[in-house]
Structures are given as structure tokens and as C-alpha cells.
Design a protein around this ligand. Structure first.
Ligand code: FE2
Length: 167
């Protein structure tokens, strides 16, 4: 796949200057790219269902880790940020159910919605909390340890990476 064909190309502008958060955001971008390929190539129900499951698991884990980070840092705008996460999970859940239960195709508009949402969320509210935490000199060490443990636990329980890295 050449660069021009990548559905969601990661750009340096998306960095929030917290390495572990950038790594998680890149993983979300990778899963969306994997979903785009599966939809484009009509890979079939079980492949797409597996990728949607990975997308949901990873998104929920990432959001929980971000919320835990903001909570540890006593970040003042935690509640509205959690609300944005909650709304996206509801939308993602609706999209997944629509596909799995009604057997409707995943529309490219929905993929575009997820791409725009993630890009705007990262460059908007994520950039705001990271800027505030960095400026306050918050130490990320204990949160990073928690994040690594949680991501390892998720990987072990789901084997999710095998699903979408297979292509
Ligand atoms: Fe966020």
C-alpha cells in the first residue's frame, strides 16, 4: 500500500507531546486503517466483526487510561472530556450493532466520521489536557506503568492484534 492510499495518515501535527498517548493514538489510527482495508476489499463478516471488536476494546481501554491520567493530575476539564469519550463509545456501539445485528455494510461515511472525530478530538481536547499537564510539570511515570500493565492485560485477554495485523 503506497502512502497516498493510506486512509488515515498519521501526521506530526497530531502529537500531544506525551509519547505513550501518541503511541495509543497511532494504534487507533492503525485499527481504523485496517477496518478501511477490510471494508474496501469486502473481507467478510467475521474479519470485519473482529476488527470492530478490536476497535471497541482498544478505544475503551485508551479512553479509560486517558481519564485516569487526567484524574491523577487533577485536570480541571475532566468531566466534559469524559462526556466526549462517552458519546463516541455510544456512537461506536451503535455502528457495531448496526453492522452485526442488521447486517448492513459499514458505510465509508462512518469511517470518515470516526477519522474526523479522532483527529479533531486529538487536536482539540487531548492537546489541551496534555499542554496543561506538561506545563504543570506532572510526572507521567506511575501512570505509564499503569498504562503498560493495562495494555498488556488487554492484549493477552483478546489477542486483538492478531486480528487486524493479519492483513
Ligand atoms: Fe481524549
Amino acid at each position: 500500500m503506497s502512502n497516498e492510499e493510506v486512509f488515515f495518515k498519521w501526521l506530526p501535527d497530531y502529537s500531544v507531546n506525551i509519547q505513550a498517548i501518541d503511541a495509543q493514538h497511532k494504534e487507533l489510527v492503525n485499527i481504523l486503517n485496517r477496518l478501511f482495508i477490510a471494508v474496501s476489499k469486502r473481507e467478510g463478516d467475521s474479519a470485519i466483526a473482529g476488527i470492530l471488536d478490536s476497535l471497541m476494546s482498544y478505544t475503551q481501554t485508551h479512553f479509560a487510561l486517558e481519564e485516569s491520567l487526567m484524574r491523577q493530575a487533577n485536570y480541571k476539564d475532566l468531566e466534559p472530556h469524559i462526556e466526549e469519550h462517552r458519546m463516541l463509545i455510544a456512537k461506536l456501539d451503535a455502528l457495531t450493532k448496526k453492522y452485526l445485528l442488521e447486517e448492513k455494510p459499514i458505510y465509508f461515511e462512518m469511517l470518515s466520521f470516526l477519522k474526523s472525530w479522532l483527529r479533531e478530538h486529538i487536536q482539540g481536547v487531548d492537546m489541551k489536557y496534555s499542554g496543561a499537564l506538561l506545563q504543570a510539570g506532572f510526572s507521567f511515570d506511575s501512570w505509564e506503568h499503569e498504562a503498560n500493565t493495562e495494555l498488556a492485560r488487554m492484549s493477552n485477554s483478546k489477542n486483538w492484534w492478531k486480528v487486524w495485523k493479519a492483513a
